[in-house]
Write a protein that binds this ligand. Sequence first.
Ligand SMILES: *Cc1c(COP(=O)(O)O)cnc(C)c1O
Length: 332
Amino acid sequence: MAAFGSVFMPKMALATFENGNWSEANMVASDSIQLHPGAHVLHYSSTCFEGLKAFRHADGSIHVFRMDQNIKRLAQSSRLLSLPAIDEANVAKMIIEAVAEFASDVPEPPGSMYIRPTHVGTEAAIGKAAAPTSSSMLYVLLSPVGDYFTGGAKALRLLLDETGMRCAPHMGMIKSGGNYASALGPISRARDDVQADQILFCPNGDVQETGAANFLLIDGNEIITKGLDTTFLHGVTRSSILTLAADLGMTVTERDLTVAELLERAAKPEVEAVLSGTAAVLTSVGTFIHNGKEYKVGTGEPGPAALKLRQALNDIQWGRAEDKYNWLTKVV
Ligand SMILES: *Cc1c(COP(=O)(O)O)cnc(C)c1O
């Protein structure tokens, strides 16, 4: 099977911002865009993106999950990067138009259509290292994806890193390309040196998140995760899981968590740790690696709480449970 995110629908929705105005959105070929080699994004990283999914229900209808939240986050990322302000209603129309055009290509559960809105600065102006781009391009790319867990979910190995950080602290809540490039060096070294799957960034002992997913600790009936601040990405999956956990009668605690407390709690057999994000929903963590020592998380295997929470979220996404928070937008 093709790697996640490497297959694209042949068309995408595209709009451009020039002279103070957004153009009409059009469906265009998705195999190329035209960009000046001096484009602002290519030099000064004026770029942000989103990741959300559309799901097929048993009756054939197609639904996008929490589109409003992702559009709000794209608007926030654009604002914090001094990109032109997006038109949120138009972006919603672009997403719906693109998904509607390829509705018949949306895979059956556990697959889905991954949606990648992308906003980049296009002004050809290499003198603007310290000034915003005056023009930009926003497109919505579609990629049908299968089950992230084919072949069975294996619990991940995470390196706890207390000295580095994923990105500059004021960039953490922005879904922007440079942040991922910034974390690649440390992640590659962690793979080579200690066979870690990911790094859990814990600057000065403060447990934050991995390169592209949020971190949650489940201790019996309590779910603990860092409270929102500017240093890390405010995941839509994180927020959805916390809502569903509360519905299931769990105690939801949003607060700072230290590495010391994390390692102490991880030793208990009933403890689970998970990563959350749109692509994989919830992935269990089996091992922490810290200062050359390995610590099993609970049993070291994917646990029942992660399974139950993932199922609760999938049931809503797949139309098998009531969508009581109106998280779904029907496309067709
Ligand atoms: C996208 C992302 C997440 C997860 O966000 P979701 O909205 O749940 O997909 C978490 N951390 C980082 C750094 C991300 O880029």
